[in-house]
Structures are given as C-alpha cells and as structure tokens.
Ligand binder design. Sequence first.
Ligand SMILES: NC(=O)c1ccc[n+]([C@@H]2O[C@H](COP(=O)([O-])OP(=O)(O)OC[C@H]3O[C@@H](n4cnc5c(N)ncnc54)[C@H](OP(=O)(O)O)[C@@H]3O)[C@@H](O)[C@H]2O)c1
Length: 417
Amino acid sequence: MRDFDVIVFGATSFVGKIIARYLATHYSQQENVKWALAGRNLDKLNSLVRELPSKHQTQPELIVADVEDDAALLKMCNRTRVVLSTVGPYSQFGEPVVKACIESDASYVDLTGEPQWIKAMLDNYSKAASESQAKLVNSCGFDSIPSDLGVYFLQQQSQLHFDKPCTNVAMRVRRIRGGASGGTIASMLQLVEEMGRDKSLRKKLANPYVLCPPNHGMSVRQPNIKKACFDSHTKRWIAPFIMAAINTRIVHRSNALLGNAYTDHFIYEEALVTGKHTKGAMTGWMTTLGLGGFMAAASVQPLRRLMEKYWLPKSGEGPSEKAQKEGFFDIYFYGETDAGDTLTVRVTGDKDPGYGSTAQMISEAAIKLAKSEKLQSLPGGFYTPASCFKDTLFIPLQEHAGLTFEEVEHRAAKRKH
Ligand SMILES: NC(=O)c1ccc[n+]([C@@H]2O[C@H](COP(=O)([O-])OP(=O)(O)OC[C@H]3O[C@@H](n4cnc5c(N)ncnc54)[C@H](OP(=O)(O)O)[C@@H]3O)[C@@H](O)[C@H]2O)c1
C-alpha cells in the first residue's frame, strides 16, 4: 500500500506548476487519484499551493526532497505508485530519481528530450529495473507522446484496413504554435555542451537505433531531413523539425520493444511544414538556417553564455498563460505498406505543445500508470509511451488532455490477380 498514486517531483518548475494546476482543477478532491507535490524548497511549494485554482480541494501534501539527498528521494519514492519528475535538465539531475524509483519499486514518468541521458540510464539501470517492479517511461510530453502514440495509432488502423503494418511513415507538423521554457533551453544547451566535450557522442546519437535494445534486428538506413526541401506528401515545403532527434529514436525503440511490430525494415522521419510556393520555400530555408545558426552559436561557449544571459528564458520562465491557451499543434502521419496501401492519420493538441499540452499529457500518463492494474502488472523496466501504454491512453488523452487521434483517409493498393 502506498500513500499516493502520483507524486509530482519538481512541482515548482515552470512546467511542474502547470501540472499542479491541471491536477488541482481536474482531480481536486483527491478521492479517485491521490497526488502530492514535491520539490527541494518548502517555501516555493507553499506559495504554489496558495496559487492553485480550486477552493474546494483537499490541500495536496507537500514533500521536500533534493536530488542530492538519496535518503529523502528514497523516502519520497516509497510513498507513491508513480513519480512524475520534471526536474531537469535530466542529464544533470535525473539519475538519482531513476535510481530511487528502481530501489523503491515506484514507477516513473518524465519529460526528457535528452537521448544521451536516456541511453546512459538504459546502459546503467536496465538490469536493475528489470529485477524491480518499477516501470520507467521516458518522454511523456510533446516529445514524444504525439509521435509515438501517433505512429502506434496509425499502425492499429493499418492492421484494421490492410492486415499489415505501414513500413514507411512520414510525420509532418502541419501547424504549431508555442514557445520554450528555461528548462527546455537548458536541456538543449546541456546536450550541445556534452557533444562539445565528447566528440564520439555526436556519432553515437546519429544512430537512429541508439535507444533500441541489443539485438533489435534493424539496420535499414533512415532518412534525416537536414534542410528545406519540397515534400511529396503535403505538396508543400518542409524544414527540419527540432524534436525529430528525440522522437524518431523513441519511435524506433517502441518498434523494437513491441517485437518489431512495424517490421524490421520500418522507416520513419519527421519534418515541419513551412508552406506553399516561394513563401514556403523561404520560410523553410529561414527555419533551416535559424536552427543551424542557433546550434552553431550554442556550441561556442562565450556565445552560449551571452545568449543565456541576455536572450534565452531562465529556469522558471516560459510562455505566458495566454500563449499556452492560444497555442496548439496539428500533426499528420503519412503511412504506406509494403504493398503500396496508404493511410493518413492526424493528431492534434488544444494548447501550446511544450507546456499546456505537455502538462495534460504527462498527468494523464502518470495517472493511467498508477491506476491501471494491467500496467502495474507489467514487468519492471524502461518503456516508451507506446510500448507501455499501447492503446490505454487514447481515451484519457482525448477526454481530458485535449488531444485528438483520427484517421484522415486510407487507400488500398490495386492488387494483381
Ligand atoms: N518533453 C517535453 O515536451 C518537455 C516540455 C517541457 C519541459 N520539458 C523538460 O522538463 C524539464 C523542466 O523544464 P522547466 O522549464 O519546467 O524547468 P525549470 O523551470 O528550469 O525547473 C527545473 C526544476 O528543477 C528543480 N531542481 C533543480 N535542482 C534541483 C535539486 N537539486 N533537487 C530537486 N529539484 C531541483 C528546480 O527546483 P526549484 O523550483 O526549487 O528551483 C525546478 O523545479 C526540462 O528538462 C525540460 O527540458 C520537456
């Protein structure tokens, strides 16, 4: 028996506060879902609770824990079925939380978009996790739930219509509006810094199967959109999508963990649609150059320090409430089977992807993991959203988290008789 279903660790982070507000609004009575808030600073936790919306709520319990205090972490993890951690950059602060969850058989969800850290955790803790009851699910925010569950949904529809999976899937971000927080930027800069320190890391992360378990059996070359180009799926210009670096790795890991359900020659890529004609091409090239320029500047230490000081959001800062409400995303997945059947599905979100929508997604993921007997009885280990939740999250995400998953069209190829 545990005191809580979910403890939000890092509740005073920019995204943690949005998660706390979401839980206080939708799960305020603490009857069906018992949740608590945790962080390293009690004063900050107290002032967060004072700002929470519902007056009728049972006040959530507050727990103080610092990632540098193993005993406090273990005590916290022992009290809950699931730890929802937003304490990032994860490559800086995440490891002790993973370790404590495994030691206390608590399950875990996070928002990491740092493939190098996921890889290190897989290398160092897979064995211990598999000997525990802890189900650890990385990347339960905008990266990578829409991509991972979007592909899973497409494959379900493909089985339904064609009795076979799509072996080639292109994800296109058709429309998106949102911003970045201090923690997200810090995580990106952390990766750039680590790649500067360790030259072999760039090569390691360039492997699309870097997060797949050993003997995954996949070797097909994967496309990688590095610059603006014209796209045959959308008949529009596209540019690199910044989240593709993590999303594609998670989707391939899901395929591997699902027993190569999308086949061993599955091809997957992601891109951002920038528009039609000359304007679309120009936006595509500006996006390509902007992204390349940002990464190049971030890899030069003095420039990175200047950007951090004068331009980029600091820890605790991020898009305004208005921007979160007005944000959205609209993503299409274009799939094709080996026989030439085609299928298009669409995933949308009703708030800004990185914060409003992410807070809703990870909250529902944590609650589902805590409350579902089926998920609780899974073996311990590291999962992806699709390999853990499979189709169990589609209803909560659509009923509570403002997401939609829908089929747009399917066309069977003409068969030869
Ligand atoms: N995947 C996605 O879609 C997505 C979306 C949004 C965010 N993220 C990720 O989520 C993470 C949080 O982002 P954010 O902007 O919300 O971060 P943030 O505002 O910078 O917050 C960082 C949090 O870490 C806590 N922390 C730092 N050191 C700690 C320690 N020693 N012990 C315990 N807690 C400690 C901070 O506590 P204090 O409050 O006491 O300072 C704060 O709550 C980042 O890694 C970001 O990349 C991912």
